[in-house]
Design a protein around this ligand. Sequence first.
Ligand code: C5P
Length: 276
Amino acid sequence: MTLTEPAPAKLNLALHVRRRRGDGYHELETLFAFVADGDSVELDEAGKGFAVNGPFAGALAAEADNLVTRAAASFGAAFGTAPAGRITLTKNLPVASGLGGGSADAAATLRLLARRHGTAIDDPRLFECADALGSDVPACLYSRSAIGSGRGEQLQWIDGAPGTPGLLVNPGVAVSTGAVFAAWDGIDRGGLGQGGLLDRAQAGRNDLEPPARAIAPVIGEALTLLGEQPGVILARMSGSGATCFALFDSPAARTAAAGAVAAAQPRWWCLETALS
Ligand code: C5P
C-alpha cells in the first residue's frame, strides 16, 4: 500500500521577536499561515529506506540526518511501531528558505504515520514528537492559520484568509536560521496587534528582516521589487529568510507580478500560490 501526504509551505505573515531566552531560543509572536503548494511525502510499505526526488532534491541528498527520517524514528519510538516502509520525499520548495520546508516535511511524515497506524491527529504524543523535532513542526502538524508564541510551538487558532493570492520569491541565497536570530538587535518592538489575520499581518513586521538583509542584501532587492507591484497588499520576508512573499488583491495582479519578477530576475525562484 502507498500513502501520500502533502507538506504545505508555511509563511510567517508577521514575526515579532520579543526577547532572547537562556536556552538559546527566542521568544516570538508570529502569525502562521499556509499555502496550497509544498513538498510531499510518500510511504510505500513494500519498500525500505529513504529517497528524495523533485526539483530541490539535490540540496538534501547529502544530508544523512534528515528531518523526515528523524520524524519517522521519533514516531516509532513514541508509539512503539515497527520501522515504516520506504519513505520518499518530493522536494518542491527551496531548502533552508523560511518556508518551513524541513518542518513541513517532518510534520507530514508524522501525519502519514498517524494515518497508517490509526493515531488521532490530536494525540498529545504526536504534538510531543513535533515539538521535539523543531520550533515550526507543531504549527506544520496542523497546517492551520495560527498565532504562535513561545518558540513558535504555542498555538492559538485564528480564522484564515483562504484563497488570498500569493507570490513566493527566493532570490537564490540560503541564510542560516541560527545566524539570523543571532544578529537580531535585541530590541523588543512589541507584540502583534488585534483583528483578523490580514489586518494583524499588515500592522505587523518581521523583526528578522533587518538582520537577514544585512547578511544577504539581495533580500532587500526582492522586497523592494515585490512592494512595487500593482495590487500588492503585503510584501514581507518569511521566517528567517531568504524567501519573501507578497499577497495581492486579485489573482490577475499576482500573475502580472510573477511575470514582472521573472522578467527582472530570471534566476530567482518564483511560485504563484494562494493562502489555504
Ligand atoms: O527549533 P529549530 O531547530 O527549528 O530552530 C533552529 C534554530 O533557530 C535554533 O537553533 C535557534 O538558533 C533559532 N531559533 C530561535 N528562536 C526560535 C526558533 C528558532 O532562536 N524561537
